[in-house]
Design a protein around this ligand. Structure first.
Ligand code: ATP
Ligand code: MG
Length: 411
């Protein structure tokens, strides 16, 4: 039986869905490393966990190595090390390299984590990407702007959640952002005007076996630039829609380049989350790729639209290099509730009952924002809804209904 070790950080929300999926998977020995004590593990999952090891910081590969060694000496050889968080991918790869565990190596993990390295690898493989540079000084930043002109986008080299990501349209904007240094360089890119899509791909030892895709309304950057905008993600019913299908060769070329000569190994077994731009003229650009399951509720949406449990499917994929592709049978969407204004707390939430009534059976799940909740800083807002319908139009209609009816006020 393969011995799978999962890095859980904290036993909250999403993490528990992944942990549960592994505890329900037959034919594996399952252990967990976390920062939370074992008393935080949900009781129903405890009997299936062979070993638990607590460390202070799950992002520290030295502590992870110690924990993995300890688990190996008490339970037996570790075959796979898995975790779904973006920030975990490089530390986990360092542990694999240090202990000789099959899977993503540090070199490959860095290609996914470091936006500059990723773009270099893609460019070398003729995969279309935005013009970009890694600036370690203000002079380098200015030189890039002088070359390609405003606007540009400036973001962290290893970003997450569109944090510290700026659209820079003039010299004044440029002067306002923290200057890059060699310790904290900045990724600077040509500003791409385009629709934003995703492509989720299951690869088994480098071979793509299944794809799904979504569209963001509007782009995560526009959401954060405009406080009242409610963000939505749409997964259409048509799995042969040319918009997404035409991207598959680019997706294939990008993943082949990123996995490189490791593609044929367990390193090439993954569910990847690729964000890409589609411009008016039909040209595509790859923005970034996560070598991990997608966020923004795309996991449950993929499950709903393909009559499966994607968390369970991912657990099986990462444990056995196995995946059974399922056909798409419906459309799904998610929207995130946010309100205008910048005050700290929610003082009123209106329209929930009306929205629920109007959506009817289309509404699958809703987390309602609550009066008194602290205003969220990210594009995911203070609440969300997930919808499912037999048609793409049905999902669009439901998302519109939710966004128009649910009104949050801060004060
Ligand atoms: N070159 C670009 N041109 C236009 N918009 C961009 C560009 N790069 C990034 N953006 C915008 O900023 C958002 C965040 O950028 P990116 O996806 O690279 O970083 P991230 O913080 O890792 O993202 P995520 O929010 O997916 O975790 C993108 O979704 C897009 O809206
Ligand atoms: Mg992104």
């Amino acid at each position: 039986m393969p011995h799978i070790v999962f890095i859980a950080t904290h036993f909250v929300g999403n993490t528990n869905r992944y942990v549960k999926a592994f505890t329900e998977l037959d034919g594996i020995t399952f252990s967990v490393i976390s920062s939370d004590p074992s008393s935080s593990i949900p009781p129903s999952m405890r009997p299936k966990i062979a070993a638990h090891y607590r460390i202070e910081n799950c992002l520290d590969s030295v502590q992870l190595i110690e924990a993995t060694r300890a688990i190996a000496s008490s339970i037996g050889r570790v075959d796979r090390l898995v975790g779904f968080l973006e920030e975990l991918q490089v530390p986990m790869a360092e542990v694999r390299d240090a202990l000789g565990i099959e899977g993503l190596t540090t070199e490959i993990a860095r290609r996914f984590r470091d936006k500059d390295r990723m773009k270099e690898v893609l460019r070398a493989a003729n995969v279309p990407v935005a013009q970009s540079a890694l600036a370690t000084t203000t002079a380098e930043l200015q030189a890039f702007v002088a070359k390609i002109g405003y606007p540009v986008i400036v973001k962290p080299r290893a970003g997450l959640g569109t944090r510290a990501t700026y659209r820079v349209t003039n010299a004044e904007d440029l002067a306002a952002i923290p200057a890059p240094t060699s310790a904290v360089p900045l990724q600077v890119e040509e500003f791409v005007r385009a629709r934003e899509h995703t492509c989720e791909t299951v690869t088994v030892r480098g071979v793509p076996v299944w794809r799904s895709g979504t569209r963001y309304f509007p782009s995560p950057l526009e959401v954060l630039e405009t406080p009242w905008i409610q963000y939505a993600v749409l997964l259409p019913r048509e799995d042969d829609d040319p918009t997404w299908k035409n991207f598959h060769p680019t997706n294939d070329a990008a993943l082949t380049a990123l996995f490189g000569d490791q593609a044929g190994t367990a390193a090439g077994t993954a569910l990847t989350h690729m964000e890409w731009f589609l411009r008016e003229d039909g040209t595509q650009l790859v923005n970034e790729v996560g070598v991990r399951p997608p966020g923004v509720h795309i996991m449950p949406m993929m499950g709903l639209t393909h009559d499966t449990d994607m968390f369970a499917d991912w657990a099986r994929l990462m444990s056995f290099d196995q995946f059974t592709p399922k056909p798409r049978t419906s459309a799904a969407g998610a929207c995130f509730f946010r309100g205008p204004g910048s005050a700290e707390h929610i003082v009123s939430v209106k329209g929930i009952e009306v929205a629920i009534e109007l959506c009817g059976d289309t509404l699958f799940h809703m987390k309602t924002p609550k009066v008194g909740d602290r205003r969220a800083t990210g594009y995911e807002g203070e609440g969300f809804a997930i919808v499912k319908h037999a048609t793409t139009e049905g999902v669009k209609h439901a998302l519109r209904t939710l966004i128009e009816n649910v009104q949050i006020r801060y004060g």
